[in-house]
Unconditional design. Structure first.
Length: 134
């Protein structure tokens, strides 16, 4: 039921050695490639603003690293112990109610990442600050 020359047709369509090696390299590159962060709904933009973190009755001083409508990262100046729950971040005339997402220690710096639950004070200034980066 097969064509008498069917084995030659399949051989001509088979990938060459370079195509096979390229596929292997591509597969390994995908495994060892650094993982890209997932795309954010609201991209974060670099802003360096002095701020105060108020978490569980402790006040920490820091500087914002990047901000967006939905979250921000803060480089904490003093010794910072992560606490779960909500807190406040005060920037100039803006007060944000935040929840701690995670803490990264990088090159003698502590970077705390927060999700913004609400803007308690200075909502207009917060939106203007975010829109200034666009």
């Amino acid at each position: 039921f097969l064509h008498p020359d069917s084995w030659t047709v399949d051989k001509e369509k088979a990938p060459g050695i370079w195509s096979s090696l390229w596929s292997l390299v591509t597969a390994f590159r995908g495994v060892w490639q650094s993982r890209q962060p997932s795309k954010r709904r609201f991209p974060r933009f670099s802003h360096d603003l002095a701020c105060q973190l108020i978490l569980s009755d402790r006040v920490h001083k820091g500087r914002t690293k990047n901000i967006s409508f939905s979250g921000l990262a803060v480089v904490v100046d003093d010794d910072f112990t992560p606490m779960s729950g909500q807190g406040l971040i005060c920037l100039q005339e803006i007060t944000l109610k935040v929840a701690l997402i995670g803490v990264v220690r990088y090159r003698h710096q502590t970077i705390a990442q927060f999700r913004i639950d609400s803007v308690d004070k200075g909502e207009g200034q917060w939106h203007a600050l975010n829109l200034s980066s666009w």
